[in-house]
Design a protein around this ligand. Structure first.
Ligand SMILES: Cc1cc2nc3c(=O)[nH]c(=O)nc-3n(C[C@H](O)[C@H](O)[C@H](O)COP(=O)(O)OP(=O)(O)OC[C@H]3O[C@@H](n4cnc5c(N)ncnc54)[C@H](O)[C@@H]3O)c2cc1C
Length: 429
């Protein structure tokens, strides 16, 4: 079969790999002039490794990604350091990545609340019954079982930070998946995620997959001789097409989809993200902390402060210290239209809270990355809203971050759904 794949992110490339192995003829169309999609990175001339535009790491539970890397023979290029994640309480940060450190965290007191926090965490870690949990909002379930104080201190800031106005509508299965899949060791690829994406693309090309970069697909239509994939003034016909874009883009690409499928795509909610990457002359966190969780109510202008070079060595970046300051936001939030300079003005005063010695002249360079589609929002009973991978148009398939539910989005699940789509397209289950 002749198959087109729209998007050279990890989902599209994983699908291409399996479909090519199954003997099909594959063309990938990618609108950017690089592969890797949301997990792509960039590199300064004096860096050996790339930095992801949006902070990225793997968990040890990311079995589909790790299995793919093993299959490709690159498992020796995956490293799993154990960087420190910290929680905020009354102006200070406390390590929060082991049961022992959680027990010492003062934010929950040292009585019943801490015990409830522990029991609820253990229950969620061991249960597999997410279907029951998706009937409740995390807001309602957590208040009931973990208690109001634990909810207000631990879980509400997370929900508000990630989902803004939707925070009290997100279902409990999302929280379950988050707790279930997390590990304290965090992984990356030697050279960065972009290195992995480039190696993967090179492997696909060697296998005979055609990857066309800088080609934006504008339409997909069912014609007499298959599915016609249109870009600018040209079009080409394929037997099958897999789309891996955001749901609203899928709806635009293929307006001939039946009304209820289109409605399903357009009703899915998601959050965007704005992330600033800074290269600094000095280390920001003197304690060597990697990930700062910042509750919105404490007045920080961002949700997370992530010092990448407290996860991987600064030696890979010519001695530069790499820091991310990021937030999940609704499209239309002022951060989306602010200039890089204005955003820097907004963010830098907070840096002194991480290190009082911080000065503006520590900053070598700043980059800002924005995406409208960063985080799908799973509402109560969300499993009923997931669009099928196989669309009602014959031969047209769709696999995106919005369909990996109950799991939260991630490159691991992009690989899983890409490979699942490939199986369906080859006639399997
Ligand atoms: C802020 C942030 C932090 C994250 N952190 C992590 C993390 O720590 N760990 C992790 O594993 N994952 C993380 N993720 C999620 C991860 O990046 C995604 O789950 C994954 O990259 C999705 O892959 P995909 O192939 O499904 O989609 P994408 O990567 O979005 O790929 C889709 C591709 O389609 C292309 N495209 C779109 N429209 C067209 C068109 N018309 N024509 C041609 N091409 C088109 C796009 O350019 C893109 O390359 C994070 C994401 C964000 C935003």
């Amino acid at each position: 079969m002749r198959i087109a794949i729209i998007g050279a992110g990890f989902g599209g490339m994983a699908a291409a790999y399996d479909l090519k192995k199954a003997g099909h003829e594959i063309t990938i169309y990618e609108s950017a002039d690089y592969v890797g999609g949301l997990a792509s990175g960039f590199k300064e001339p004096h860096w050996d490794w790339s930095v992801e535009k949006f902070y990225h790491h793997w968990f040890q539970s990311d079995k589909d990604m790790l299995a793919l890397i093993k299959e490709l023979g690159w498992e020796d290029k995956v490293i799993f350091p154990r960087p420190l994640t910290v929680m905020y309480d009354k102006g200070r940060f406390y390590p929060f990545d082991s049961i022992f450190k959680m027990a010492l965290f003062p934010g929950l007191g040292f009585g019943l609340d801490k015990i409830r926090f522990g029991f609820v965490g253990l229950h969620l870690r061991f249960t597999n019954n997410w279907k029951t949990l998706e009937k409740y909002s995390a807001d309602e379930w957590m208040q009931k079982y973990a208690g109001k104080r634990v909810y207000e201190k631990m879980w509400k800031p997370l929900l508000v930070g990630k989902f803004g106005p939707y925070y009290d509508q997100v279902n409990m299965a999302w929280m379950w998946a988050r707790i279930k899949a997390r590990t304290t060791r965090l992984g990356t690829f030697e050279g960065g995620f972009q290195k992995f994406a480039d190696l993967f693309a090179e492997k696909l090309r060697k296998m005979g997959v055609e990857i066309q970069l800088g080609v934006k697909v504008g339409s997909i239509k069912r014609g007499q001789d298959g599915l016609s994939v249109g870009r600018e003034d040209e079009s080409e016909s394929f037997d099958k097409v897999l789309v891996t874009t955001a749901p609203n883009l899928m709806a635009k690409l293929s307006p001939d989809l039946p009304e209820n499928y289109l409605k399903g795509l357009l009703e899915l909610k998601s959050m965007g993200a704005v992330v600033m990457v800074l290269s600094l002359r000095h280390q920001l966190s003197r304690d060597g902390y990697y990930w700062f969780n910042l509750p919105k109510e404490s007045g920080y202008p961002m949700l997370a402060l992530v010092e990448h070079t407290n996860f991987v060595s600064k030696e890979h970046f010519g001695g530069d210290h790499i820091v991310y300051a990021g937030d999940y936001l609704q499209v239309g939030h002022e951060y989306f239209s602010m200039s890089d300079e204005a955003l820097l003005e907004r963010f830098t005063p907070a840096f002194k809270k991480f290190n009082p010695a911080f000065e503006r002249d520590w900053i070598n360079k700043v980059w800002v990355f924005k995406t409208n589609y960063a985080q799908p929002v799973p509402l109560v009973n969300h499993s009923k809203n997931i669009p099928a991978i196989q669309t009602p148009i014959e031969g047209l398939y769709f696999a995106s971050m919005s369909q990996v539910y109950p799991w939260d989005r991630g490159t691991n699940f992009a690989v899983e759904i890409g490979r699942r789509a490939a199986r369906l397209m080859s006639g399997g289950q």
